[in-house]
Design a protein around this ligand. Structure first.
Ligand code: FAD
Length: 405
């Protein structure tokens, strides 16, 4: 009898978790498993703010996919997915195509600019290793160039971050630590540097405990970050950004670096493939399958799950992506064994910790609020746990964060 072919798209948290769990539970005689990813490496998306600010080298945030898969059980193909032909059960790659019996879509997120003029052209986004490396290099170039010019351009030393959500705040935390180093390295007067956070909503870190938010804001302000809350970015230009606080209060902020961290959407392959979605995110069935489909699963940032308690979608997180990967693998194992009853996915939110640089953070874990080095310790434990869950103890030893205090 022909073995079913399981094809997993994306080697991020959701895809790699599915693949590594499947290789443990499904035998080579039960199914062929293929994992497809754009790069030959996996990156810790949740560490990208560090690589972007330059506080952690980008090689620390990535590892070879082949280091964690069992090559006897999982075939790895490096390739970029362009489209999924659902009616033909075929995935179109930029360098060929592949048929599947079961498909897992785990292609992660892209930046969403909500149609704001100029953002795509003139702002950076923290989305992958390439973009992180580019942001770090760009900021460093501005510092390196500043003193070479006869007429000094102070805007070279202005960095605007659009968005005071999780990614924006974590990036600012790293940036605030990196800026003094850059000033020393390039003989730049620290007082000339501006780090400005522009947020359209009336608050920082919506959904976080207000006491923790106050701590985060005070900490970052002490390190030189200026917050413009209730202020919307209207346009990005080659010179900086145009912001507005209300109808008439329009202002131009000259800045050579603008990082947009205020919106994500699911991967655009979803829409290109004609799958019904809300900004690239698909409201999946309780067993994580695409509505109306028996053989396509969606996990991670491309999926959308409603938190029934508040009747709003859960924010896309690595925590959820990894938990989904585990359930998805069990459901696939059940299907290849001819079972039709599948497990329902229920997120188990253990907490959230937002870093404010290497040695500081805020968060809630197991129902307890924490700040400072305690929270920072917890954040590193969470980061190490993600490595452990996918790559085991050897990956923790190789890539883990041990600079605990
Ligand atoms: P990803 O882990 O992003 O993986 C997607 C994979 O698909 C990547 O390997 C990518 O290369 C590949 N891919 C994309 N397009 C293609 C294509 N066309 N063809 C082939 N391969 C492709 N979440 C938390 O829980 N806690 C945190 O502290 C946290 N911090 C964050 C900090 C930052 C700076 C950012 C950006 C995000 C953070 N998140 C955090 C969110 C978390 O990173 C995402 O929710 C998580 O990465 C989603 O996992 P995923 O498997 O869906 O996608």
């Amino acid at each position: 009898m022909r073995k079913p072919k399981i094809v997993i798209l994306g080697a991020g948290y959701g895809g790699l978790m599915t693949a590594t769990r499947l290789q443990k539970t499904v035998g080579v005689n039960e199914a062929d498993i293929v994992l497809i990813n754009k790069n030959d490496y996996h990156y810790e998306t949740t560490w990208l703010h560090e690589a972007s600010a330059g506080t952690l080298h980008h090689d620390r945030v990535r590892y070879d996919v082949r280091d964690v898969i069992d090559r006897h059980k999982v075939e790895f193909i490096q390739g970029s997915v362009e489209e999924i032909k659902m009616d033909e059960k075929r995935v179109i790659l930029e360098n060929g195509d592949i048929e599947y019996d079961y498909l897992v879509i785990a292609l992660g997120a892209e930046s969403e600019t909500f149609g704001i003029k100029g953002l795509k052209e003139y702002a950076f986004s923290i989305v992958n290793v390439n973009s992180a490396r580019q942001i770090r290099e760009h900021i460093e170039y501005q510092f390196a160039t500043y003193n070479t010019e006869v007429e000094k351009k102070d805007e070279r030393l202005t960095i605007v971050v659009g968005g005071a959500g999780f990614t924006g705040i974590e990036f600012l935390g790293e940036l605030a630590n990196r800026v003094p180093e850059l000033c020393r390295e390039y003989d730049v007067d620290y007082h000339k540097v501006k780090m400005i956070c522009v947020e359209a909503a009336p608050m920082v870190l919506p959904g976080f405990d207000p006491e923790l938010v106050d701590y985060a804001v005070a900490t970052l302000e002490k390190k030189g970050v200026e917050f413009r809350i209730g202020t919307a970015i209207k346009e990005a230009t080659p010179e900086g950004i145009i912001v507005a606080k209300g109808e008439d209060d329009v202002e131009e902020i000259k800045a050579s670096t603008v990082v947009w961290a205020a919106g994500v959407r699911g991967n655009s392959v979803i829409e290109k493939s004609g799958i019904e979605a809300m900004r690239g995110r698909v409201k999946v069935q309780p067993d994580l399958r695409l509505p109306g489909s028996e053989d396509v699963f969606i996990v991670g940032d491309c999926s959308l799950i409603i938190n029934e308690e508040i009747n709003r979608p859960y924010p896309p997180t690595a925590q959820i992506a990894m938990q989904q990967g585990e359930v998805c693998a069990r459901n696939l194992a059940a299907l290849v064994r001819g079972k039709s009853e599948l497990e329902t996915f229920t997120p188990d939110i253990k907490g959230t910790v937002c870093s404010l640089g290497e040695d500081d953070a805020i968060g809630v874990a197991f129902g307890k609020k924490m700040v400072g080095t305690k929270a920072s310790f917890m954040k590193k434990m969470i980061d190490n746990r993600a490595l452990y869950m996918i790559g085991g103890p050897s990956m923790v030893l190789k890539k883990g964060k041990f600079n605990i205090l």
